[in-house]
Design a protein around this ligand. Structure first.
Ligand SMILES: *[C@@H]1O[C@H](CO)[C@@H](O)[C@H](O)[C@H]1NC(C)=O
Ligand SMILES: *[C@@H]1O[C@H](CO)[C@@H](O)[C@H](O)[C@H]1NC(C)=O
Ligand SMILES: *[C@@H]1O[C@H](CO)[C@@H](O)[C@H](O)[C@H]1NC(C)=O
Ligand SMILES: *[C@@H]1O[C@H](CO)[C@@H](O)[C@H](O)[C@H]1NC(C)=O
Ligand SMILES: *[C@@H]1O[C@H](CO)[C@@H](O)[C@H](O)[C@H]1NC(C)=O
Ligand SMILES: *[C@@H]1O[C@H](CO)[C@@H](O)[C@H](O)[C@H]1NC(C)=O
Length: 232
């Protein structure tokens, strides 16, 4: 069964998102509480994500995303205790945590690949098969600083986009407290997320592709209604 899934998945990696883009794909709802030309701050309500911790022997955003997505894909295609088919949602998140723990898996970076779970599964979330090693993450309502970028999100360009967002946040003085808060071991300063909304399918062109860098607002933008947020 595992082999079958892996073969299928290689072909359709993320492509289902594009195929369905004519129809309505469920996305988490949010409210924009602040915006500037090159970034915005969104308040997300409580929401749930199915999450795959990826442990590969090398650091690669692309390879980690692919591996994590394979597992999430199997989950939504019935590899859960109820054999429930779950509609694809967007975005796919890859959270990269710069881990100072000497015992950390690989070269100090941990990758979590996550898929948004519709609120209709809040009451009864289908349990993933154990082999998939997935965890349900419930996020408390919090604010996220976001920078959009187009094209493909790749190992070569994501660092530049993350730096740009950090610089924008640093210039916008309200957020200095967030970026400079070195106290919390997993505050916005040492973790970030790449959100991908479109497929990696070779047929889809570069134009119109939407990706985002997400950095959690830990203690900034309180006047705009952002709660103090402690990451798990
Ligand atoms: C990612 O995977 C490809 C194909 O398996 C491999 O050739 C490449 O070396 C990997 N990249 C990294 C940075 O591990
Ligand atoms: C790392 O692992 C070793 C052995 O398992 C343990 O003794 C040590 O406390 C760990 N260090 C940290 C920082 O977790
Ligand atoms: C899964 O199956 C159990 C037992 O049959 C049932 O109680 C539960 O509601 C189901 N969950 C979903 C999400 O369908
Ligand atoms: C923020 O900007 C100040 C002044 O431009 C600079 O000294 C500081 O290093 C920047 N901090 C970060 C985290 O980029
Ligand atoms: C940061 O940590 C130090 C030492 O643990 C503590 O005294 C200080 O209050 C903390 N600052 C914040 C902003 O949490
Ligand atoms: C990518 O996804 C975004 C958000 O769902 C959508 O607006 C856009 O049309 C998609 N682009 C392509 C090329 O499918």
């Amino acid at each position: 069964m595992m082999m079958y899934y892996l073969v299928v998945v290689t072909v359709v990696y993320l492509s289902i998102i594009d195929k369905l883009s004519g129809r309505s794909i469920e996305l988490p709802q949010y409210k924009i509480v602040y915006s500037e030309s090159d970034f915005e701050v969104r308040l997300y309500p409580e929401c749930s994500w199915m999450s795959a911790l990826v442990t590969l022997p090398t650091n690669s955003f692309q390879n980690s995303t692919k591996q994590g997505f394979h597992r999430l894909y199997q989950y939504i295609h019935g590899a859960n205790l109820n054999s429930t088919k779950i509609p694809i949602s967007a975005p796919i998140l890859t959270t990269i945590i710069i881990n100072n723990n000497v015992n950390s898996s690989v070269q100090g970076l941990d990758y979590y690949v996550r898929l948004y779970l519709s609120t209709k599964y809040d009451k009864a979330t289908p349990k993933p098969l154990q082999d998939l090693n997935l965890k349900l993450n419930k996020w408390k309502s919090h604010c996220i600083a976001i920078r959009k970028f187009s094209g493909f999100a790749e190992d070569d360009n994501i660092d530049k986009e993350v730096e740009s967002l950090k610089n924008s946040l640093n210039k916008s003085h309200q957020v200095l407290t967030m970026v400079d808060n070195k106290n919390s071991s997993s505050s916005g300063s040492n973790s970030y997320t790449i959100a991908q909304y479109n497929s990696s399918h070779h047929h889809s062109g570069i134009t119109g592709r939407l990706n985002e860098v997400w950095i959690n607002v830990v203690s900034g933008f309180t006047a705009q209604g952002c709660p103090f947020y402690q990451e798990e």
